[in-house]
Write a protein that binds this ligand. Structure first.
Ligand code: ZN
Length: 207
């Protein structure tokens, strides 16, 4: 196993549409090694997810943890179908866009169909944080970054975000105490899990 280098914003591979994995390649030692290395890389950088283009491999492979309790799992050739028109906002970060946060609205209820690393087919219906994570990761397979979808006025460096909090919010996020708490809870999850930058000296929460 090996920790792989993470491509940073500006590397052309992050803007390419990745190729599907051929079923006959799934069991190859090379492909299985890629899976192992992606897991190790995601752990090393404390990410909630990682897509193969982020480690310079233009294949439709995503690994992510859908909750703190579940082990990370693979989504190969994933297909996402939104199940609602309703959007939820959260602040996202990305291992390929170090030290930045931005507010993104996405459908909060989606279906994902994919293959696991052993070739078995699977399908999940996801809501909330896992729905956000899987959409963020699958966007990478189409050369899309969260900053493309973020409200530009919400973008903040991590240190400033931690100091001042979100710059842009929905009034309705805070209309009702309960909703406000829920919003902040999801936000905290993303903050910790999607992108804690281990090299950022201002990042005191880094483990
Ligand atoms: Zn990302």
């Amino acid at each position: 196993m090996a920790i792989l280098r993470v491509a940073q914003l500006g590397h052309p591979i992050l803007r390419q549409v990745a190729a599907p994995v051929k079923p006959e390649d799934l069991s190859s030692p090379e492909f299985q090694r890629l899976c192992d290395d992606m897991l190790e890389t995601m752990d090393e950088y404390d990410g909630a997810g990682l897509a193969a283009p982020q480690v310079h491999v233009s294949l439709r492979v995503v690994v992510c943890a859908l909750s703190r309790e579940r082990p990370a799992e693979f989504f190969i050739n994933p297909v996402i179908t939104p199940l609602t028109d309703e959007l939820s906002a959260s602040y996202e970060g990305c291992l390929s866009v170090e030290g930045l946060r931005g507010r993104v609205e996405r459908p909060n209820h989606v279906r994902v169909e994919a293959f696991d690393r052993d070739g078995s087919a699977k399908e999940y219906v996801l809501k909330g944080f896992p729905a956000t994570v899987i959409q963020h990761e699958c966007d990478h397979l189409d050369g899309v970054l969260y900053i493309d979808r973020a409200d530009p006025r919400s973008l903040a460096f991590l240190a400033e975000y931690r100091r001042h909090g979100p710059l842009v919010t929905n009034p309705e996020d805070y209309d009702d105490d309960e909703e406000g708490e829920e919003y902040e809870g999801e936000d905290d999850d993303l903050d910790e899990e999607i992108d804690d930058d281990p090299n950022d000296p201002t990042d005191e929460d880094t483990r």
